[in-house]
Design a binder for this molecule. Structure first.
Ligand code: SF4
Ligand code: SF4
Ligand code: SF4
Ligand code: FES
Length: 567
């Protein structure tokens, strides 16, 4: 790429042929005001906040859509530009109802920040006083058209990042509004509530219901971590206030998700209603009572010794547990350690980013819409750029709609024909893939990119630690269940009923805990540190965002303490 040299605000800077003025400014630490621009989205040049002066150009040019040329002389701040930007802001403020003191986003709003920056202390134009409806039909966030500046970041993010293409515009001119599908209420549209639009909105038009009015960015602590709710292992920012999680955002820098999340990772964890277990408990007759840690640990060891030791006890661990907990658990129960997940999926040789390069994407054995919504975004984006999608069986009606071919779930003959004619095939397969197809995929080995989607969040980590699926378990006299903050499946419930003695390590009260002899509190996702191994085999870091209750121990330390008592 040819290097170009230009002068911006009197300073000589370099860029590459094809760069926009804004890209070069950003790389050189020159702060040009923007509103419709958002890293990773195509530029539209809509808001005109980034207008700059460039010698030789007619009038002012938008930095975000103007290609920089060798020898260009650019000015990003002067009095004329300040007057222009201020007038532009006044128009935006007068067009809708921007009365910041009533707005949830006040203090964190890009529009408001620019108004301060350019000294917009009054508005010279008549206000339009629109009375537009607020759409609160989605469970987790609302849309207030009265604060929308039509920057269309949300429209582009839904299409280009999330791949869902739900949002568009209706009407024209001053009546233009953002709408979902053919102007349905958002809650009745094809929106999957991934919240990508919410995260890119620069104003108070899209508002998260959970964190609304709980504070501003300056009041929150931000902790980078990993989502623990499926095996994709998305990078997240956990926003907390006074040791309570208030919001989850996608981490734009993190692999494999690069900012996008699904409803199960972004919103649902914040709506937990189960009762926390905060201290160890032990059975006294028909009731459970709080006991000191030492007593609970000794009781657990006694229970295990009374049935013949760890070799006579079944250990079942949820894939919500970390790698560190899994290794301790395996050390304690050895071949009697089982996962709560009943099956194993081959990891494959591919990464989710391979989907971006594929010309044919094959999907089998999973409902991507429901189980791996972030993966469905990868597939939809691939289809949007022209890749062909082939589905074996069904993979959720939204992804199926993108399919160029739908084959029977065991149609290996036609699958093979398609694979042969494709140049960069990528196969994404889940736990329910037909055994005939699994056999065929195993025979292909590294000839094509394969991404096996693991059933549980840290299933790969458990497998690496040598923990077997639940189907191979046979519960003995005693069961030690490390369920963490997971929900027990019917199979786990059934296993727990076979055991005469029950030790449980759980974050929340559940039906099994109520029957237990000993209970240890397990840290929930926002109090947990350690690592997960995601479905691609990538090591993902979990960081504690909130302080645990006094005396609480990480899962692995509880298991290690029991192990030490049994030595
Ligand atoms: S969206 Fe921003 S500018 Fe508009 S009212 Fe809210 S804080 Fe003020
Ligand atoms: S809702 Fe937000 S992101 Fe979407 S157009 Fe309006 S202001 Fe921009
Ligand atoms: S929540 Fe996700 S699917 Fe729904 S409109 Fe926003 S980006 Fe699109
Ligand atoms: S940021 Fe350039 S026109 Fe909006």
């Amino acid at each position: 790429m040819a290097i170009i040299t230009l002068v911006i605000d009197g300073k000589e800077v370099k860029g590459e042929q094809g760069d926009t003025i804004l890209e070069i400014c950003e790389r050189n630490g020159i702060d040009v005001p923007t509103l419709c621009h958002f890293e990773g989205l195509t530029e539209r040049g809509l808001c005109r906040m980034c207008l700059v002066e460039a010698k030789g150009e007619r009038g002012f040019v938008p930095a975000c859509t103007t290609e920089a040329r060798n020898g260009m002389e650019v000015t990003t701040e002067n009095e004329k530009l300040t007057i222009l930007r201020r007038a532009n802001l006044e128009l935006l403020f007068s067009e809708k109802n921007h009365f910041c003191m009533f707005c949830e986003t006040s203090g964190d709003c890009e529009l408001q920040n620019l108004a301060y920056r350019y000294g917009m202390d009054h508005v010279r134009y008549d206000y339009s006083w629109p009375k537009l409806p607020v759409d609160a039909t989605r469970k987790y966030f609302l849309f207030d058209q009265n604060r929308c500046i039509l920057c269309r970041r949300c429209v582009r993010a839904c299409d280009e990042l999330a791949g869902h293409g739900v949002l568009g515009l209706k009407d024209r001119g001053p009546k233009t509004l953002v709408c979902a599908d053919l102007d349905y209420p958002f809650g009745e549209s094809t929106c999957v509530s991934c919240g990508t639009c919410l995260q890119v909105c620069p104003t108070g038009a899209l508002v998260d219901k959970k964190s609304a009015y709980l504070g501003r960015e300056i009041h929150f602590d931000r902790t980078k971590s990993t989502c623990t709710f499926c095996s994709v292992g998305c990078g997240i920012d956990i926003l907390t206030r006074e040791d309570l999680p208030v919001r989850i955002e996608g981490d734009w820098e993190a692999e494999p998700n690069r900012g996008i999340l699904c409803v199960a990772g972004r919103f649902e964890p914040l709506y937990e209603t189960r009762k926390r277990i905060k201290s160890p408990m032990a059975r006294r007759g028909s009731s459970l009572v709080e006991v000191p840690w030492e007593e609970a640990l000794n009781l657990a060891a006694e229970v295990i010794i009374s049935v013949g030791g760890p070799s006579a006890t079944t250990g079942i661990i949820s894939p919500r547990a970390t790698n560190e907990a899994a290794f301790s658990f395996k050390k304690l129960f050895d071949k009697n350690a089982h996962s709560t997940t009943p099956y194993k999926t081959t990891a494959g040789n591919g990464k989710l980013s391979d989907i971006e390069e594929g010309d044919w994407i094959f999907i089998a054995g999973t409902d991507l819409d429901e189980e791996f919504n972030v993966v469905s975004s990868f597939v939809k984006r691939a289809a949007n750029r022209g890749a062909k999608v082939a589905v074996l069986g069904s993979t959720g009606k939204r992804v199926d709609k993108k399919a160029a071919k739908i084959l029977a779930e065991d149609d290996v003959a036609n699958l093979e024909k398609l694979i042969v004619k494709s140049e960069r095939p990528v196969f994404v397969w889940g736990p329910a893939t037909h055994p005939t197809v699994v056999k065929y995929l195993h025979s292909l080995k590294n000839k094509i990119k394969q991404i096996g989607l693991a059933a549980g969040a840290n299933s790969r980590g458990l497998e690496k630690a040598g923990i077997k699926p639940l189907s191979e378990s046979s519960t003995r006299e005693a069961l030690y269940l490390l369920i963490a903050d997971d929900v027990a499946s019917c199979e786990v419930e059934e296993e727990s009923r076979k055991a005469k003695n029950l030790i449980i390590q759980s974050s929340y009260v559940n039906e099994i805990a109520e029957r237990a002899d000993v209970i240890f509190p397990s840290p929930p996702w926002f109090e947990r540190s350690g690592t997960y191994t995601n479905t691609e085999g990538r090591l993902c870091q979990l960081n504690r965002a909130c302080e645990p209750p006094e005396g609480a121990l990480p899962d692995e330390e509880i298991v290690d303490a029991v192990w030490r008592l049994l030595r």
